[in-house]
Design a protein around this ligand. Structure first.
Ligand SMILES: *Cc1c(COP(=O)(O)O)cnc(C)c1O
Length: 233
């Protein structure tokens, strides 16, 4: 098992490296998030032992039970699934990065609770570019007020955007979505001083992360290519 994960992890890292080189980018600016949802703590531990440090989970409760069982220095937990407001406090106890900010009320709640806990997590806004196909994230129309609110959120470190395009058999079809997310980030940065520029784009999964890297991804969320097929979602 450990050997398997190590081999797959190395292969994914190699593909990230090659995609970065192809795009004239430095592979060091791309963080591989190993999406460990549905896999148990022992499996995550194998990935830690193989060198993975960033893990993505889509359910707060699942992460809360798994994370304390995983040993290793500098491990970061990323919430990549929708966050219900009643789970905000629990999420802040465990996650270092929240990719799924999708409403004004969530910004306000996370900011307040982060302040109470003395934390300042990295947050990204999830943008729904996929008309109805994904149905998660803020629409482009909702984005300006969320971005504005994050500008005033003292206890949230707003760094960028995340998206989850519809599934395409041919990864090339996702390219337009990845490009659009980059353009949206550029539009936001245009109105901000350089020290407040958004640097992160969380986009790309097992079947399309190379295309996402070519379009500027700084965080890729890869599950299946590292851990194998999930039994259930
Ligand atoms: C499950 C999931 C992934 C990983 O998907 P794979 O196809 O297994 O790589 C990435 N992002 C999000 C938001 C997910 O829910």
């Amino acid at each position: 098992m450990t050997e398997d994960i190590r081999t797959r992890l190395d292969r994914v890292q190699e593909r990230i490296h090659r995609a970065a080189v192809r795009a004239g980018r430095n592979a060091h600016e791309i963080t591989l998030i190993a999406v460990s949802k549905t896999f148990d703590a022992a499996t995550v531990q194998s990935a830690v032992d193989a060198g993975a440090r960033d893990f993505g989970e889509n359910r707060v409760q699942e992460a809360l039970t798994k994370a304390p069982l995983v040993r290793g220095d500098h491990i970061r937990w990323h919430l990549i699934g929708h966050l219900q407001s009643n789970k905000a406090r629990a999420a802040l106890e465990i996650f270092d990065v929240i990719h799924s900010i999708d409403s004004l009320s969530l910004v306000e709640r996370l900011d307040r609770i982060s302040g109470e806990l003395g934390k300042r997590p990295v947050v990204l806004v999830q943008v729904d570019l996929g008309q109805e196909a994904t149905k998660t994230g803020a629409t482009e129309g909702e984005l300006p007020e969320i971005v504005e609110a994050l500008g005033h959120a003292a206890h949230l470190d707003f760094r960028g955007l995340m998206t989850l395009p519809p599934f395409f058999e041919d990864a090339e079809e996702a390219r337009g979505y990845f490009r659009r997310l980059r353009e949206i980030r550029e539009g936001i940065n245009h109105a901000r001083t350089s020290e407040h520029h958004l640097t992160e784009l969380s986009m790309g999964m097992s079947h399309d992360f190379e295309v996402a890297i070519e379009e500027g991804a700084t965080m890729v969320r890869v599950g299946t290519a590292i851990f194998g097929e999930r039994v259930k979602h």
